[in-house]
Design a binder for this molecule. Structure first.
Ligand code: V47
Ligand code: SF4
Length: 394
């Protein structure tokens, strides 16, 4: 064991000297001094092809925050409907109302999906769908209340800012009123979807019907101000430029300075198949790792960066754990958004598989809930987490 640590110390010295001599040396000095990186730094990081230097820098910050700890969550994804009025060109999941392949699950069907897995110690239920033209607001409230009734120990993380704004518009009420009602029904956090990339240029090309970037940020901030936490995403690897990725991250950093309510940042790797832009140049491994690493470096006020294995593929997600990411997301169970767009990953991973991937990357797996509180299970009764008995490790 001793020789391993001597070797890794030695190799980290070599890496440090390498970075100090590289084109990123001044950024290394800033990272070491814990100084905030600028827009120009972000652009230079994306321009650099010194991937190992970039990874070294991002890893410094990742380990400063979390050491070897790498998080995963026992979760279940449920898509209640794919019927959507927005028709985003990058989306293979949605259908217009009446179009073949469109679906809406009844509340009972959703509840059955939850009930089928009651013997598993699930900590988070992630619920999202399209912007349905006329599902009544009572459907959403019933959905959450019924899930919470049969699975009270799980956090319901449901409805993106885009869905919240759509519901407000349909009901003729404010987004705050929608958030309030959802919160009372049992929603504790919002997933980070719908942010796409904040560039008006790209949104005009890909999702002109969708809630705009100011609207998305506004709903997230409103949720935070009423005590609800949320995630933030960036959809990358399509028509956006590196500068638009940087600007997206900086807008999130500014919002986080205001509210502190974002839990985690999730770069979503674009899956091309069956979309309206399936001809775009496919993402490369460099784009994936650079986007993870730059986000870790620019988003100094975000505690967590997620390597979402569904979109990245498990191998790239595992490597990302050394390029700034500290979280793999979770078991997921059933995934449609990425898979309808051709994602080649599995639709579910077991806790053993997730922990095995993390250990094989030389990291320490930590089971978490939505808010990154550690879940500790009793070895005698693995299905009853100590978390439920109030023993939460900070
Ligand atoms: O908003 C749509 C994106 C998002 C494609 O908060 C696509 O913990 C890739 O936000 N290729 C939904 N991405 C997924 C999402 C998410 C996933 C996991 C965890 C969390 C969280 C949030 O998926 C959409 C959109 O940005 N998306 N089409 C596509 N072809
Ligand atoms: Fe609708 Fe969301 Fe798909 Fe856009 S990404 S079409 S809002 S389901």
């Amino acid at each position: 064991m001793e020789s391993v640590s001597i070797i890794s110390e030695h190799s980290s010295d070599i890496a440090k000297r390498w970075v100090q001599k590289s084109e990123l040396a001044d950024i290394y000095d800033k990272v070491m001094a814990e100084r905030r990186l600028s827009r120009d730094d972000g652009l230079r990081l994306f321009q650099s092809n010194d991937l190992l230097a970039l990874g070294f820098l991002a890893n410094l910050v990742r380990e400063r925050f979390h050491g070897e700890k790498t998080y995963w969550v026992y979760n279940q994804h449920i898509n209640y409907s794919n019927v959507c009025v927005n028709g985003c060109r990058f989306c293979a999941f949605s259908r217009r109302q009446g179009e073949e392949g469109g679906f809406v699950l009844t509340v009972e069907k959703v509840v059955n999906k939850v009930r089928e897995r009651l013997d598993e110690p699930i900590r988070e239920i992630h619920v999202v769908g399209g912007c349905h033209p006329d599902l009544p607001f009572s459907y959403y409230l019933d959905l959450v209340r019924e899930i919470k009734k049969i699975r009270p120990e799980a956090v319901v993380k449901a409805f993106t800012a885009v869905e919240v704004a759509h519901l407000a518009q349909n009901e003729g009420v404010t987004t705050s009123e929608v958030l309030q009602a959802l919160g009372e029904a049992g929603v504790e956090a919002l997933p980070g979807g719908g942010a796409e990339v904040f560039s008006n240029r790209v949104r005009q090309l890909l999702c002109p019907e969708k809630l705009n970037s100011d609207g998305w940020l506004q709903v997230a901030k409103e949720a935070h101000l009423m005590g609800m936490r949320s995630n933030a995403t960036l959809l990358y690897g399509h028509l956006e430029t590196a500068a638009e990725r940087v600007d997206h991250m900086l807008a999130l950093r500014e919002a986080q300075d205001e509210t502190g309510g974002f839990i985690t940042f999730i770069p979503l790797a674009f899956q091309t198949a069956n979309t309206g832009i399936s001809g775009v140049e496919p993402r490369t491994g460099f784009t994936d790792l650079k986007t993870i690493a730059v986000s870790r470096l620019l988003l100094d006020n975000f505690a967590h960066i997620k390597a979402y294995w569904i979109m990245l593929g498990v191998k790239m997600a595992q490597i990302a754990l050394h390029f700034g990411a500290d979280d793999l997301d979770g078991t997921v169970m059933e995934e449609r958004i990425g898979h309808m767009a051709g994602a080649q990953s599995a639709e579910a991973l077991t806790p053993d598989e997730l922990q095995g991937l993390i250990r094989a990357a030389g990291r320490q797996p930590v089971e978490r809930d939505t808010f990154f509180k550690q879940v500790v299970r009793s070895t005698k009764s693995p299905s009853i987490p100590l978390y439920e008995r109030g023993k939460i490790l900070k």
